[in-house]
Ligand binder design. Sequence first.
Ligand code: GLA
Length: 402
Amino acid sequence: MKTRFFAPLFALLSLTAFAQKSPDLALTPPMGWNSWNTFGTDINEQLVMEIADAFVNLGLRDAGYTYLVLDDGWMAKERDENNQLVPDPEKFPNGIKPVIDYVHAQGLKFGIYNCAGATTCAGYPGSRGFEYQDALQYAKWGVDFLKYDWCDTENLNAKGAYQTMRDALSATGRPILFSICEWGDNDPWKWGEEMGHMWRVTGDIINCWDCKVGHGTWSSLGVWPIIKLRKDIRKYSGPGHWNDFDMMEVGNGMSAAEDRVHFAMWCMLASPLIMGNDLRSASTETIKTLTNPEVIAVNQDKLGIQAYCHSDEGDLEIWAKPLADGEWAFAIVNMSTEEETLNYDWNRHPVKDDLSGRALEAYKKTYEIRDLFNSKNLGSTQKQLSAKIAGHDVLMLRLRPQ
Ligand code: GLA
């Protein structure tokens, strides 16, 4: 009698006590594509299928890109009579399930978007008050990734709101990567590890090197303002929980060199690599940058340490990232628009990362140097490294102990 009375209580307690984000997802930074930067709410079934095809045909899937994420605008403006979310019938005339099945059939995973508020940022139905129902719906459709935004959330506690959705996802029993998107407003790096697998660290990115565009209460930021704003929260990021520097703007209008810098820095910062361009019309140069295996390997390094700015030599900024097995990655970025010459004596520049305790002491140990974008060996740290770096371009290196 007693057991019968208490059993449901115990079940409920254990569910709450053990609710956690899906374990073992995102042990390295997630890689994929998201519709927002290029398409906004102008998305549909055909686009998703063509993008999925492009993942395969352009070698992006084989390079490691896995998640195809549909952002805001996929739903009808109203829930149905049972309060279920409904895909927009014009954009998705066959529903969302066949689209997800198609994405899965290409060997990819599918991500979807919603918001912790009552409405999404583009004014579609949000999940506030419907978290468990929506999570279950996503799981039934076969969703693998949820990006969860922060519009229309007045009086909501951020940590609590993300915890509710985390628990709702956990209750479905399906592994779903949880991408927290509250723009860094409530220091998500301080509580995000428990709640999700990645968290946005700023407002929205825009496709420029160094600009800020105001929108009243918030600003879109170019590549460098984002990096500079959040370079100091590196200790919060690591396997299973990443600082998300936002979807990339590679291929969206900056120069090829600036795109290389942007990509190199997202790899150095161990940010999720979520492409934001139209893959169907991407140039060969853009795809070459996005699929460079040696550069991606820096991002996917299993230690997952976010790079730090080691020094600047005039206009050349030197970023360092300790890698597994005693290796290091360096990105030497030319911040000026003119060509610069680097003359770097490794013996005279000991490199020490206080966060990881790792040191590169070239006077004690020799490292082989590899130029990652040009797939070239550059000798060793025993001699001075001399190189010319074009304006707004990068020399990205991997150093391996001999
Ligand atoms: C916010 C997010 C963006 C995008 C839009 C969709 O601005 O930060 O990444 O998801 O909402 O409306």
